[in-house]
Design a binder for this molecule. Structure first.
Ligand code: SAM
Length: 214
């Protein structure tokens, strides 16, 4: 099925939004759900790892992990506004040479990308309709661990996301936020050879860390 997801996601995140997120990040550090991924990944004790950050936004995960866990990172993102800010911040931190930035829908370029030790998707599956294709490709690229955050399947998240998508429809904006079935995402990742080693929850977000066992 042809998909204009990259175009939709590119339009969904404005330059002003991306700039304001970097400002926030510089002032307050990573967001709470991003901190859960950071703690989980650091708990693995990896050093000199290669990171693949899918939909990394302003790049908080690689900005942080290049300090102690990763030696190199690839950041694939459908949003050019986010990539621009992520690149500038990486350069500011002296990491510019260690990050490969790719503007694309990951599912379209996955076949051409090398595998990584650690793959991360922080608040990404909820922006993408085909979570099966995205997670399968992500899992396939991970040699050691996969960490992701996604919205919790609670009554208030269902109502909140329905309301948000209703306003998107009214504004004739094709971008939607998805509450994908967590049990199905979990089974899919396990079928790809992983076991879940950590599960943490905030009010809105859940974080799961998987380790490759096969
Ligand atoms: C809500 S933002 C989250 C950004 C960042 N990870 C964070 O938590 O701050 C979702 C990001 O995922 C990206 N994205 C969604 N689907 C994608 C896909 N299939 N391939 C690459 N990037 C994708 C969007 O462009 C956007 O940067």
């Amino acid at each position: 099925m042809p998909c204009n997801c990259c175009e939709i996601t590119d339009n969904a995140f404005s330059e002003a939004e991306a700039r304001s997120e970097v400002k926030n990040y510089r002032k307050r550090g990573p967001a709470n759900q991003t901190r859960l991924i950071l703690e989980a990944v650091r708990s693995l004790g990896s050093k000199d790892a290669v990171l693949l950050d899918i939909g990394g936004g302003i790049g908080a995960l690689h900005h942080e992990l290049l300090e102690d866990v990763a030696r190199a990172a690839t950041h694939v993102d459908a949003s050019s506004a986010y990539l621009k800010e992520a690149k500038a911040e990486a350069a500011r931190r002296g990491h510019g040479e260690r990050v490969n930035f790719i503007h694309a829908d990951f599912t379209n370029v996955a076949a051409d990308l090398p595998k990584a030790d650690i793959v991360t998707l922080d608040r990404v599956v909820c922006c993408y309709p085909d979570f099966r294709g995205l997670l399968k490709a992500a899992a396939d690229h991970s040699q050691k661990a996969l960490a992701l955050t996604y919205p919790r399947e609670t009554w208030y998240m269902r109502i909140g996301l329905q309301a948000l998508n209703f306003f998107q429809r009214l504004r004739k904006d094709p971008f939607r936020v998805f509450l994908h079935p967590i049990a199905e995402m979990d089974s899919l990742i396990k079928r790809e050879g992983f076991e879940r080693v950590s599960l943490r929850r905030l009010f809105v977000w859940e974080m799961a860390l998987y380790r490759r066992v096969v």
